[in-house]
Design a protein around this ligand. Structure first.
Ligand SMILES: Cc1cc2nc3c(=O)[nH]c(=O)nc-3n(C[C@H](O)[C@H](O)[C@H](O)COP(=O)(O)OP(=O)(O)OC[C@H]3O[C@@H](n4cnc5c(N)ncnc54)[C@H](O)[C@@H]3O)c2cc1C
Length: 809
């Protein structure tokens, strides 16, 4: 065994083998993989081998597409048979909502180049004669679906990696991990130690235990999962003879099951409601290529539906039932990337569909390690999307919820119930008393809208406009015509102090730093000129700054700041040690002025001022800006003051017609002001030139990514963020939610990033990226919303107050 290597990958399942292979592809050949038993000894060996490209997140779908396309190549290069079967797959809809969902999935697939087709129930029956047509109303057919042999695939990755110089040590358990002061690692194994620059935790069923070796609690939980294989069936043989190929794969959402041909019979797997976590606290190291005891009672409700939907199954014997464990993160997507706060430590775990996703996970991880950038938009898989709030018990609740909902639709306005009201701010009860409808983001509760008194605070879930529509319209009017109050604690807040902070920050930010007492907007870029983040920067001293950014990116951004930290600079994540309320609307100044001695007149407190003042008796930092685009203030206080602040402002606002507004209204208000948002318009795959962040891009100083931004400015961006006025379907209006394809001249040319109905301006608006040469004001496009191509006119400027007079009033 080698005593040193550049990378040690821990775990020889399909994911670890893929990571090893992809590292060698990028020229990192001094790499080893250490496996405690044999390759595939965790979840991989008993997987059903199914693979598909469909995923709720189009970026994950793209990586699944890459994975499926990779198998022929690794099979050929390694000489290892992967048993690739590509019969295509049917996603079967039993009702209108599912049909809408499939149409949207098909639409999203268009700009990824996926070839999927909506077909009738009769056509589905023709392709899959075992199904009973009456239970379905249509289907989506995807040619790129199939199944492989999981062991063959893992060996093929390993074989290719070995050919390139990688070494694999089986029967070698990693018992401990120790980091040296220079951030390199001693990997302690049964057969000796390996000194490594980087470690990759691809421990699958044991990823949690490997994390614990370095004091890390990864949000991963294994669930039991069962599938059965039937005896050979005449119906299958007849189909094979007549069609000349095997049955397509089937995903039956109503039945919460998947079905495909296996030999001369079928394989049927279920995501049963009575699901069971496996080893919820600790995975035993003694678990060794074992299966779990099948529990047919748990499968019974699913089998009952299966016998109705596929009657021939009722008469066939069951040859085998497999019950095995595999892992999930709280939202069902993998955990990939550099672990925040631990140098040279990477994860590739919680991959619940290793045969669909393993290739993409390995590719992006390897690129991230070799190039410092995953090369694709993997926001949905970044390990940094969870914070410390994702505890073992939280993970357990969310994973069970996700397992049960595996084949359920999650609507764009749907908030899931597990793990809720866990992380709240001090005004939570106050806002609940005002009938708040709550959402959760990065674990924190935030008010979405405020139901009318006496009515149930509940939102109907839908792809179209919900029962919130009229109430949110009133909240928008309150802000635009009088004064609105909302909670704004759901920003990430950071403080930077210490000598040299200003010089350090200036190197990271595209905009000049503000003067003391002022705020401005800025972006941070990676060396290739892609957006790492966008922030409001408030300066309270020469070397003293508050930064406000996207809350969901708190761990992601902290990892980046800490990774660049200079000596002497102190970086603190403020979390809920700083909470906020925001006043917005033409009456905002009058309300705030009535409770403070500080003069808020524009000449004394102009737009983009940030100062420490007293509000009533409460010490506060008050920034004169809001995301509504109206006159407004964000008031930041220690949590122990937030309730008193709320009561003070609410009382003071009564004579000015104050009302509460929530996140839904904020999204509507920001749309009519053409304000983009993180994770939608601004993501790590876009550049500030594409995203039209020119006002925050000043080339008068040096900053990371400057050369790339300058080059792009001079040659012009290939794509541009457009702002669209949509004409929705008049009979069943629906607005853009994000990820819809944008059409021009009969072809898909781009995709929407977000949208909303701008109530005050009475327009359905959206953002989206299109080729720059088409981004001409007034140009007509179409956006495909729930299967309908709706007219979309590209607008040159915000529909409300383009000169920004309201904010500066
Ligand atoms: C019944 C069932 C059916 C499934 N069907 C499908 C399907 O059809 N399609 C699909 O895509 N997915 C399917 N899956 C899921 C699939 O099995 C997983 O996504 C995949 O196996 C995950 O691979 P992995 O490499 O992350 O983890 P694992 O396969 O668990 O590999 C982790 C490896 O790390 C090793 N290891 C851990 N700790 C150490 C240590 N300290 N030292 C050395 N080695 C260590 C383990 O021995 C293990 O071999 C199914 C799962 C089950 C249970």
């Amino acid at each position: 065994m080698k005593s040193s290597a550049r990378v040690v990958v821990i775990g020889g399942g399909v994911v670890g083998a893929s990571a090893l292979f992809h590292l060698t592809e990028l020229g990192w050949t001094d790499v080893v993989l250490v496996e405690r038993r044999e390759l595939t000894a965790g979840s991989t060996w008993h997987a059903a081998g199914g693979m598909h490209t469909l995923n709720g997140d189009p970026n994950v779908a793209k990586l699944q597409q890459y994975t499926v396309g990779l198998y022929r190549e690794i099979e050929q290069r390694s000489g290892q048979n992967c048993s690739i079967h590509m019969p295509g797959g049917l996603m079967l809809a039993g009702d209108r909502e599912r049909m809408d969902w499939l149409r949207m999935a098909q639409a999203r697939g268009r700009y990824l180049g996926m070839d999927m087709e909506i077909i009738s129930a009769a056509e589905a029956k023709r392709m899959f004669p075992l199904l009973e047509e009456q239970y379905f109303i249509g289907a989506l057919f995807d040619r790129a679906e199939g199944h492989v042999d999981p062991t063959g695939v893992t060996r093929a990755y390993a074989g290719c990696a070995r050919q390139a110089g990688a070494e694999i040590y089986q029967h070698t358990w990693v018992s401990d991990l120790r980091q040296r002061p220079d951030s390199t690692w001693d990997v302690i194994t049964e057969s000796g130690e390996i000194h490594a620059e980087h470690i990759v935790n691809a421990g699958g069923l044991w990823a949690r235990e490997v994390g614990r070796m370095i004091g890390l609690e990864l949000p991963v939980l294994a669930m039991e999962h069962m599938y059965l294989i039937t005896e050979d069936m005449d119906e299958v043989a007849e189909y094979n003879t007549a069609a000349g190929h095997e049955l397509p794969m089937g995903l039956d959402f109503d039945g919460e099951l998947y079905i495909r041909q296996e030999g001369g019979g079928v394989l049927l797997g279920t995501y049963e409601q009575a699901c069971v976590p496996w080893s919820p606290r600790e995975t035993p190291w003694t678990f060794d290529q074992q299966l779990l005891v099948p529990d047919l009672d748990r499968l019974a409700p699913s089998l009952e539906i299966a016998f109705k939907h596929y009657p021939a199954l009722a008469d066939v014997g069951i040859k085998k039932v497999i019950n095995g464990p595999f892992t999930f993160a709280p939202d069902g997507n993998p955990l990939v990337g550099p672990v925040p706060g631990v140098r040279n430590c990477w994860v590739a775990c919680a991959v619940m569909a290793g045969l669909s996703q393993g290739g993409g996970v390995g590719l992006t991880l390897a690129r991230w390690m070799a190039d410092g950038d995953p090369g694709e938009d993997i926001w949905a898989m970044d390990v940094a999307r969870f914070g410390n709030w994702a505890s073992l018990a939280y993970t357990n609740a969310k994973v069970r919820e996700g397992y049960r909902r595996r084949f359920r639709i999650t609507f764009p306005n749907e908030e899931l119930p597990a793990g809720r009201a866990l992380h709240t701010t001090p005004v939570y009860d106050r806002l609940t008393a005002h009938n708040a409808v709550w959402g959760a983001s990065f674990g924190l509760e935030h008010p979405l809208w405020f139901q009318r008194p006496g009515e149930e605070p509940r939102e109907d879930v839908t792809f179209r406009r919900s029962n919130a529509y009229h109430v949110v319209a009133e909240e928008c009017t309150t802000v635009r015509e009088r004064v609105g109050l909302t909670e704004c604690s759901n920003f990430a807040k950071y403080r930077l102090t210490g000598p040299g902070s200003a010089g350090w920050l200036q190197r990271l930010f595209t905009n000049r730093l503000p003067q003391t007492g002022r705020i401005n907007l800025t972006a941070a870029l990676d060396p290739n000129g892609h957006i790492v983040g966008e922030f409001s920067v408030a300066r309270v001293g020469t070397d003293d700054f508050f930064l406000f950014g996207s809350q969901i990116a708190e761990a992601h951004h902290s990892r980046w700041f800490l990774g660049h930290l200079a000596d002497g600079v102190r970086f603190d994540v403020l979390g809920l040690s700083l909470v906020g309320l925001s006043l917005a609307g033409p009456g905002a100044r009058d309300v705030l002025q009535s409770v403070t001695d500080a003069s808020l007149a524009t000449e004394n407190y102009p737009f983009m001022t940030f100062r420490r003042i007293d509000v009533g008796m409460i010490p506060a930092y008050v920034g004169r800006m809001t995301y509504t685009g109206d006159l407004g203030y964000e008031i930041w206080v220690a949590p122990e003051y937030q309730r008193a602040l709320f009561d003070l402002l609410w009382q003071a606002g009564k004579s000015y017609g104050i009302g509460l507004f929530g996140f839904r209204a904020l999204m509507s208000l920001r749309m009519e002001k053409m304000f983009g948002t993180w994770a939608r318009e601004y993501r790590p795959i876009y550049t500030p030139v594409e995203a039209r962040m020119h006002r925050a891009l000043k080339l008068d100083h040096d900053f990371i990514g400057r050369a790339a931004a300058e080059a792009e400015l001079s040659r012009g961006p290939a794509r541009t963020l457009g702002y669209f006025d949509i004409t929705p379907d008049p009979t069943e209006p629906a607005d853009v939610v994000g990820d819809e394809p944008i059409w021009h001249g009969g072809a898909v040319v781009g995709w929407a990033t977000s949208g909303a109905y701008a109530h005050y301006s009475r327009r359905s608006l959206a953002f989206g990226y299109v080729p720059s040469e088409l981004a001409v004001p007034g140009a007509m496009f179409e956006v495909e919303i729930i299967g309908q191509r709706r007219p979309a006119r590209l607008l040159p400027e915000p529909v409300l107050d383009p000169a920004g007079r309201r904010m500066r009033a």
